[in-house]
Design a protein around this ligand. Structure first.
Ligand SMILES: Nc1nc2c(ncn2[C@@H]2O[C@H](COP(=O)(O)OP(=O)(O)O)[C@@H](O)[C@H]2O)c(=O)[nH]1
Ligand SMILES: [Mg+2]
Length: 382
């Protein structure tokens, strides 16, 4: 099963992005950089068609309906990694013993959801929906309600599941920039992505754009060595934007398929550092006006509602186009994805459900919900 990358035959049928909101900066950035003639020396002319010209042929957004599990073989792993999650445990406790469908049950459901970081807006929407459906006598018993809840959870998450297509619009390197606060799993995610892509035959290069800590450069180098992937780095407190600028240029001339740029962790309160992200975007666009093709923000799944404010801050400055939610194993409460779904239309490209390579997975809402909830909880006939 190819998850991450495939070499596409050249041709006009390459318009693949489906349903994503237009990128706020991609086209504007091209105008404040150097003109296209300043770049791509030796690489031939760059065909960079404006992204806005394909509305008629663009595929419609995927329907927000429960989908089946993409990789059913992986389900035991989802289950194993998500076991003990607060949301699954809370719902199991709530529905064990076939409770009556009454106001008390709805109150407890609300508490379970809020405690598991589902967030006020998503919780209220869910609970109100079920209040109405109980009043309309839609459910014969608690088992029927839990089946409906299961379906509803998948339906809420389905719009987030838009896999990342690593094909760049003009055949040059697909430039992926990774941002987020410290310790969320950016560098680890880059290492794993590089490994997956490499296995699928992509020519991958990494840019050590976290120039703040020597250890960060070293960490990326180790991933690179392990996977035989070149890592472009500069020593001695280099400027992040210049490292990434050089890397994009090098990736172009070396025929790289995917360039992944690491960046230093930062907080939204660090205005200078946040501005640096905008600067990095601008210099990338000087090499390739269509780049970056994806700005992935990594979120730590254990940070709960704080994740929401992190996305809000980064989305503005860095033009985030997709999310990775890590650490959903362990102490994560599981609800943050529902809160993100309610709050933003951003795609969740990957989730981290553990520390091994296989535990960075494309986001599969059906597998996530199945893995999250105890098997016996309303599973039959769902
Ligand atoms: N349990 C778990 N740990 C993870 C996951 N992803 C990353 N980590 C760990 O999070 C820690 C910080 O990761 P790192 O990539 O250095 O974060 P960065 O500062 O954002 O680059 C490391 O110990 C990783 O092994 C995950 O999905 N699950
Ligand atoms: Mg890092």
């Amino acid at each position: 099963m190819i998850w991450f990358w495939k070499r596409k035959p050249p041709g006009p049928a390459d318009a693949t992005e489906t349903g994503d909101p237009p990128r706020s900066e991609a086209s504007g950035a091209a105008t404040d950089g150097a003109p296209a003639d300043a770049i791509g020396i030796g690489a031939g002319p760059i065909a960079c068609s404006p992204p806005a010209e394909t509305p008629a042929t663009a595929a419609p957004a995927p329907a927000a309906e429960p989908s089946s599990i993409d990789d059913a073989e992986a389900l035991p792993r989802w289950r194993e990694r998500l076991r003990g999650n607060a949301l699954g445990r809370g719902l199991a406790a709530l529905f064990s013993g076939n409770p009556r469908l009454d106001e008390a049950l709805l109150d407890e459901l609300e508490t379970v959801l809020l405690t598991a970081d589902v967030g006020v807006a998503a919780t209220t929407a869910l609970v109100e929906d079920f209040r109405r459906r109980i009043a309309a006598r839609e459910f014969a018993d608690a088992a029927a309600l839990t089946r409906a809840l299961r379906r509803e959870m998948v339906r809420m998450l389905a719009p987030l599941a838009r896999p990342l297509d690593f094909t760049s619009p003009h055949g040059g390197p697909f430039v992926l920039m990774v941002v987020g606060v410290n310790g969320v799993g950016k560098t680890t995610t880059i290492g794993k992505l590089a490994q997956h892509l490499k296995r699928e035959g992509a020519r991958v290069m990494l840019a050590a754009g976290d120039t703040f800590r020597a250890a960060a450069v070293e960490q990326l180098r180790v991933w690179g060595e392990r996977n035989d992937v070149p890592v472009l780095a500069q020593s001695g407190g280099a400027d992040s934007a210049s490292v990434i600028f050089d890397a994009v240029s090098a990736a172009r001339s070396r025929g790289i398929d995917v360039l992944i740029a690491d960046t230093a962790g930062r907080l939204h309160t660090q205005a200078g550092l946040m501005d640096e992200l905008a600067k990095i975007r601008r210099v990338i666009a000087k090499v390739d006006p269509t780049a970056p093709h994806e700005v992935l923000q990594v979120i730590d799944g254990t940070t709960g509602q704080n994740a929401i404010s992190q996305v809000r801050q980064f989305r503005e400055v860095a033009g985030v186009t997709g999310l990775v939610v890590t650490k959903l194993d362990g102490s994560a409460k599981g609800g943050v994805l529902f809160a993100l779904a309610r709050e933003f239309g951003l795609s969740v490209r990957f989730v981290g459900i553990g520390e091994s390579l296989e535990d960075l997975r494309p986001f599969d809402p059906a597998a996530f919900v199945e893995g999250l909830l105890p098997e016996r909880l309303g599973a039959s006939g769902a």
